[in-house]
Design a protein around this ligand. Structure first.
Ligand code: GDP
Ligand code: FE
Ligand code: FE
Length: 195
């Protein structure tokens, strides 16, 4: 139980996380923690929770598909989820593996990780901090990232709206199926774009 409560052993935690992924992805994870802490300070979110959620958010990204399919059966998450693939599973289903491997019990942290890719119509402060931090962390480099960083300083909701609109547009342009919860997030936050 490395992180059963919030007083986790940072060294052990980082060792376990880094051994589950490439060096590049681990760099991303540390960047997300940095961005999440900055947002947490600005918006008054629990920094310890922001830190742990960020460090664990992509833990399941390099896990084999069969592990997710077994977890979907084990936790009766529904056959519908089986068609989606790693991009949707590593958060939505990955959260069960994180619970298992680290002993994390904090529901707010687990929910933020569960929602970090697809969002939700009603996100908590921690959900938004992780969702946005994942998008704007210092190692990210794509057209629009600077605007996302600017918006994140103005309003977390505007940043969520911008990120979701861009993700939806990106997926649609490439002909990739969009998970229904991503559309729900888009509809719930699109109003913030021009507010
Ligand atoms: P990462 O894990 O740090 O790379 O970032 P995310 O977890 O936010 O996203 C992982 C991948 O999932 C990205 O390529 C997104 O474009 C993609 N993605 C986000 N939303 C959806 C969705 O609704 N459907 C599908 N198929 N992919 C999505
Ligand atoms: Fe992710
Ligand atoms: Fe990520």
């Amino acid at each position: 139980m490395i992180a059963a409560d919030l007083s986790f052993n940072r060294e052990k935690l980082l060792e376990k996380i880094s051994s589950a992924m490439s060096a590049k992805r681990f760099r991303h994870v540390l960047g997300v923690e940095e961005a999440a802490l900055e947002l947490a300070r600005q918006y008054g979110c629990d920094e310890k929770k922001a830190s742990l959620a960020a460090l664990l958010h992509d833990y399941a990204k390099e896990v084999e598909d069969q592990v997710f399919l077994d977890l979907i059966d084990q936790h009766q998450l529904g056959e519908d989820l089986k068609v989606w693939g790693n991009n949707v599973w590593h958060g939505m289903v990955g959260v069960y593996k994180i619970k298992q491997d680290f002993g994390v019990q904090d529901q707010e942290i687990l929910q933020a990780i569960e929602r970090h890719t697809v969002g939700a119509a009603q996100m908590t402060l921690l959900d938004k901090v992780l969702y946005v931090a994942d998008y704007i962390e210092p190692n990210r480099d794509f057209p629009g990232v600077d605007e996302a960083r600017r918006l994140a300083k103005v309003s977390l909701e505007k940043a969520v709206a911008y990120e979701t609109a861009h993700t939806v547009a990106h997926l649609a342009t490439k002909g990739i199926p969009i998970y229904p919860q991503t559309i729900e997030t888009y509809n719930a936050y699109v109003g913030y774009v021009n507010k």
